[in-house]
Design a protein around this ligand. Structure first.
Ligand SMILES: [Zn+2]
Ligand SMILES: [Zn+2]
Length: 272
């Protein structure tokens, strides 16, 4: 029947006429979302560009401030102020772009007030602004966006000033459980024992570093042995040992900060 065929064609045309504009609006909406992402990345880039410049200039500011000169106040007033940030930021982004971007309320609606300059040597730049898609067909609400750039001012590294981050300069010393002295030098002869082997027959010829004779060790004393048995002595010790396994021949040194050395006194040999 020719009449029903005509009405079917007409339906197609009506549907296409309705759907096509919606489809096009959808594409445009997506495009404006991409524009918002672009806006945010443009702002991020500009903020970093300004931040780097401010970090560089902060060296002069820091030096002047430490001299308590009036120039520091001038720089603080001019260079490190919200007004200056606003002016520089707008220049970097470009007036033209700011006017045609999806920013709500134009450039004057950008908030810079959360930014901080030279707070513990940090430059913290924060932007808060609102953006909306160009073709707001879905009645989506405005988006609140934020950009932040946090930089360390180029003021050098001051150990005294940055107590929080300063590396501990405390001296480390070497201690043993047996002794009540601490050692500065890791290679101190009190710590590194050079064990010598000899026999009871020849012991009388040996003297320790202080010129003293060796007496029997109370831990490993062995009177049963002959005069030709092996015994062990050290240059810094005062005892001779029958066993090389004797604890008197061992030193286990620990490295500790000087403040943890307790009541120990400095070693007379290596702390001079
Ligand atoms: Zn020592
Ligand atoms: Zn011993």
């Amino acid at each position: 029947m020719p009449s029903s065929c005509t009405s079917f064609k007409a339906n197609m045309t009506v549907e296409a006429a309705l759907v096509l504009p919606l489809f096009l609006f959808g594409i445009l909406f997506l495009y404006s979302l991409i524009e918002i992402i672009r806006l945010q990345s443009e702002f991020e880039q500009a903020l970093h560009q300004y931040g780097k410049k401010a970090a560089l200039h902060s060296y002069a500011y820091d030096k002047l401030q430490s001299n308590e000169s009036e120039a520091a106040d001038i720089i603080e007033g001019v260079g490190f102020s919200i007004l200056f940030l606003k002016k520089e930021f707008e220049n970097i982004v470009g007036q033209e772009y700011l006017e045609q971007s999806p920013l709500v309320g134009g450039k004057d609606q950008i908030q810079y007030l959360h930014s901080k300059f030279m707070d513990e040597d940090l430059i913290d730049l924060i932007l808060v602004y609102r953006a909306t898609p160009y073709y707001n067909i879905f009645k989506s609400s405005e988006m609140i966006l934020m950009n932040r750039c946090r930089l360390h001012a180029w003021t050098g590294y001051d150990l005294k000033k940055n107590t929080k981050t300063s590396i501990s300069r405390e001296q480390y010393v070497y201690i043993t459980n047996e002794s009540d002295v601490y050692h500065i030098n890791r290679n101190c002869t009190h710590l590194v024992l050079s064990i010598q082997q000899c026999t009871m027959n020849t012991l009388e010829h040996f003297r320790n570093n202080d010129g003293g004779r060796y007496s029997p060790c109370e831990f490993c004393e062995d009177n049963s042995g002959t005069q030709s048995r092996n015994i062990y002595i050290t240059e810094s010790g005062t005892k001779y040992h029958s066993s090389i396994q004797c604890s008197g021949l061992k030193r286990t040194a620990h490295v500790v900060p000087l403040s943890e050395a307790g009541a120990r006194r400095p070693c007379s040999r290596c702390s001079k």
